[in-house]
Design a protein around this ligand. Structure first.
Ligand code: HDD
Length: 710
């Protein structure tokens, strides 16, 4: 893939470290040319191998050591290079240069990930997605180590190992992989009321994205911006995908895990290769420091979000991913993020989860990457050169000249010098901190249900139904009845109807409870508030639903054309051209990989009916032509062809029947449909290409899911 970003200093730096084998001879690691890479050195043709064979030894030794520990969490990931362009200056709030000069482009590397599964697990696990961005700024690397959900499970980092142990495969039998649907996770969660808001997100469709390109990103914590005058604002970071926020159905996710476990990785890779560069609006919610206590929750509590109705998200720039890595291991695997990689103008808040993270990330790289010199790995290097007196350690690359590795010094002329603030020297934001040394949680963190309720109430009906079903699925896998009951009890604090619906499927009864929605401001006098009923300010937040994020575009949507011999070549190529001109991607599926004879010639399919499934596509076109339809309905193809159609229908996708394909329509489950369905387009009934394009742009007809599944 070409470097399409001009003046991208990071890509130039990486290029300087790349090698190519083109027209080169095979060598050992010492540069010795190898004459025979097929046979080891032996004593006679049939004799034992000689210890002397240094070429064999070098090759096997390297191979034996070519794995590194996978990340303890977020092990499975996909990365891409790109650029962040600032469209609106934030210089009034922060002195960070990459956020100050309008038009400035900063190279980035982004790594998306699932959290719970191993490196080789499926992409479509129900899980949070990591969304980590390394900004290679001229002032040093700034890492925003974010997720696709704006809140977190726990309020204090000391609970992180417990959370991760609970969700990971159970320690006795290492089951299940990449799944939260098991006893230990729900045992822990049912005992952790503070997790309830995050559980609403995790059980929602946000946890099964259609594409990494169609997810939001959130910095989660409140961070601080510091401007030139030293004034602080709290800030929350947001990424909003230009393609809208979209998900798949859970039934679909499970099928994708079998049909293409690399679905998200492949989707991101192909989109970038095709030039359909993923883009996000980057936005901020800004809160002057003095307004810290104006909310009915604590800004430092990472289980809370700031409703956009209370503080709007101001869009200030665009994040674009435009280049795939050259080498997965060198870049995506070795990239090391850390929320503590800061630039002047950005600082931490006292969020106790963030504070703990600040220790964990460097620490984990030491065992994962094996050396304190991980910053020298090309993907981790800053684009400005590093000057300090740190020396040596495993695999040191830098050759520091001279005698001096200490400061102060006179022999080295005092270099390297400390930088003054005016020269970009980092200073932590000055703030008064006083308090007893206590191992306690602030009382302002005690309301665990109001925002869980806010999230649930803000979902559209289909989203709420998916969430209920997700809870039923997960809790049905729990083998210990007391855990299921405890969890239903927790849900009852969020929404009685939700609890009842879930309980009904689990064989659990549920009592109606008074809702304990006591939101307590951070500066409140707790004893005075104990009996007072408080209501949260925002009861519904439209931004929390994915419903209204649909964009009127079919850009990069994958459309499967099901065809067989005798298909109408002109109809196929016309529709294909129309869809592709609007940015969609068309792939042909036929009974076999043999070229398909159309009335105009022949075309070669990319897939056969048995090698791919409808879940890998956003929409289907059943290629026009009676002969083609007859072949698809032949006994050897019928089951697979109808399965494609029926599954796409069940998953609320757009399906377009070309003329002459009524036999497929009549034999599918669609024939039994009750009402008008704008996403089933039938040529014979006057359906047009334009109607199909419109239906694809709508993503899914979730509102008709009940009917489609009858
Ligand atoms: Fe974390 C990785 C995001 C809480 C400890 N975390 C990791 C990654 C992301 C996040 C996106 C993958 C980075 C990559 O692609 O390499 N983590 C979050 C968010 C959190 C959060 C948004 C809460 C708001 N994390 C968190 C806590 C701790 C950690 C509370 C420990 C105290 N996270 C780690 C880690 C990882 C990590 C163990 C594993 C691999 C790595 O760091 O490099 O240090």
């Amino acid at each position: 893939m070409k470097n399409e970003t001009q003046n991208n200093k990071k890509l130039d730096q990486l290029e300087a470290h790349s090698t190519s084998n083109e027209n080169e001879k095979l060598t050992t690691n010492q540069g010795l040319k190898i004459n025979n890479n097929q046979d080891s050195l032996k004593s006679g043709d049939r004799g034992p191998t000689l210890l002397e064979d240094f070429i064999l030894r070098e090759k096997i030794t390297h191979f034996d050591h070519e794995r590194i520990p996978e990340r303890i969490v977020h092990a499975r990931g996909s990365g891409a290079h790109g650029v962040f362009k600032l469209n609106k200056s934030l210089s009034a709030y922060t002195k960070a240069k990459f956020l100050s000069e309008v038009g400035k482009e900063t190279p980035v590397f982004v790594r998306f990930s699932t959290v719970a599964g191993s490196k080789g697990s499926t992409d479509l696990a129900r899980d949070v997605r990591g969304f980590a961005i390394k900004f290679y700024t001229e002032e040093g690397n700034y890492d925003l180590v974010a997720n696709n959900m704006p809140v977190f499970f726990i309020q204090d980092a000391i609970k992180f190992p417990d959370l991760v142990h609970a969700v990971k495969p159970e320690p006795d039998n290492e089951i299940p992989q990449a799944a939260s649907a098991h006893d230990t996770f729900w045992d822990f969660i049912s005992l952790m009321p503070e997790s309830m808001h995050m559980i609403m997100w995790l059980m929602s469709d946000r946890a099964i994205p259609r594409s990494l390109r169609m997810m939001e990103g959130f910095g989660v914590h409140s961070f601080k911006f510091i401007n030139k005058e030293g004034k602080a604002h709290f800030v929350k970071f947001h990424f909003k995908p230009k393609l809208g926020v979209h998900s798949v159905a859970w039934d679909e996710a499970q099928r994708i895990s079998g049909a293409d476990p690399d679905f998200h990785k492949r989707d991101l890779w192909e989109a970038i290769e095709d030039g359909a560069y993923p883009e996000w609006d980057f936005g901020v919610q800004l809160i002057p420091e003095e307004n810290e206590h104006q909310f009915d929750f604590d800004l430092l509590d990472p289980t809370k979000l700031i409703p956009e109705e209370e503080v709007p998200v101001e869009i200030i720039g665009t994040l674009t991913l435009n280049k795939n890595p050259e080498n997965f291991f060198a870049e995506t695997e070795q990239v090391a993020f850390h929320p503590g990689h800061l630039v002047p103008g950005i600082d931490f808040s006292n969020d106790p989860l963030l504070q703990g993270r600040l220790f964990s990330y460097t620490d984990t790289q030491l065992s994962r990457l094996g050396s304190p010199n991980f910053h020298e790995i090309p993907i981790n290097r800053s684009i400005n050169t590093v000057h300090n007196n740190q020396r040596d350690g495993h695999m040191r690359q830098q050759i520091a000249k001279g005698k001096v590795s200490y400061e102060p010094n006179s022999i080295g002329g005092g270099c390297p010098f400390q930088a003054m603030m005016s020269e970009g020297g980092f200073t932590s934001h000055q703030e008064r901190v006083s308090g007893e040394k206590v191992r306690r949680r602030s009382q302002s963190f005690v309301d665990h249900y109001s925002q869980a309720k806010l999230f649930y109430n803000s979902q559209s009906l289909p989203e709420q139904t998916h969430l209920q079903k997700a809870l039923v699925f997960e809790l049905s896998k729990v083998t210990i009845p007391e855990i299921r009951e405890r969890m239903v009890g927790q849900l009852n604090f969020i929404d009685h109807d939700l609890a009842k619906k879930v309980a009904g499927k689990l064989g659990v009864t549920v009592e109606k409870l008074e809702q304990p929605n006591h939101s307590i401001p951070a500066d409140a006098n707790i004893s005075e508030l104990q009996s007072e009923e408080r209501e949260p300010k925002t009861k519904i937040s439209r931004a929390l639903s994915m419903k209204d994020t649909v964009k009127d575009t079919i850009k990069s949507r994958k459309i499967g054309f099901i065809i067989a011999n005798g298909a109408d070549g002109a109809a196929i190529s016309n529709l294909k051209t129309k869809l592709e001109s609007k940015g969609a991607k068309v792939e042909l599926i036929a009974p076999s990989l043999a070229p398909v004879k159309t009335n105009e010639g022949s075309i070669t399919p990319k897939h056969s009916l048995s090698s791919i499934a409808s879940v890998c596509f956003d929409a289907l076109y059943i290629g026009a032509g009676e002969k083609s339809a007859a072949e698809l309905m032949a006994p050897e193809n019928r089951h697979l062809a109808l399965r494609f159609i029926n599954e796409a229908y069940k998953h609320c996708k757009a399906i377009y029947f070309g003329s002459g394909t009524e036999t497929l329509y009549n034999n599918s489950n669609i024939a039994a449909k009750q009402h008008e369905d704008p996403a089933v387009i039938v040529s014979k009934e006057g359906g047009s290409d334009e109607q199909f394009i419109k239906a694809v742009a709508r993503h899914r007809v979730w509102d008709l899911e009940m009917e489609r599944n009858m």
